[in-house]
Design a protein. Structure first.
Lengths: 102, 102
């Protein structure tokens, strides 16, 4: 199993971010080939250390890291990635990890 | 559902980190009350943007954010949190999120 974690930093206009994210970005992301499950945070992104500076975390599940790489290379993945630049005004960090359960 | 994401930055001695993490920290963390599932990254923590500066990502699943807060307050959670300082020489960021599937 592999996960793409997208850590969206707090944008200039959180309400506009949310509208764009759920109305326009989610449908684009759901079309990405190989996507098995798509989770998003709801409510604040918290930390025991205090403020995180993050607005939303998305967790996209795939079968493998190779499938994530193929997803980024696909037209649907490129459309979703290009869309990020249009609403993630605070920036976003993406992490790609192969995972196993302990 | 809620997740505790632990982003371990690259430590001074990755091999020593791994030994401590899997031999000592994992058993402490698995004892935390309310923990439903425990995933770790294997292999590099990658990013389309290049180097992430991260060595390992742990994803701990709980039923709710309240359960994560209770876990941190428990003796087992406090032992696991105290242990982190003994091996995470590069530091670690912790994120607590309530999640929903789209």
């Amino acid at each position: 199993m592999a996960q793409l974690l997208v850590l969206y930093k707090t944008p200039a206009d959180p309400a506009a971010f949310d509208r764009h994210y759920f109305d326009r970005h989610v449908p684009l992301a759901k079309a990405i080939p190989g996507l098995r499950r798509y989770e998003v945070s709801q409510g604040p992104v918290a930390s025991p250390a205090g403020e995180t500076g993050l607005h939303l975390v998305a967790i996209l599940h795939f079968d493998s890291v190779a499938d994530i790489q193929a997803a980024f290379a696909s037209p649907e993945g490129q459309a979703a990635a290009a869309d990020v630049a249009s609403f993630a005004t605070g920036g976003a960090d993406m992490l790609i990890v192969e995972t196993r359960s302990l």
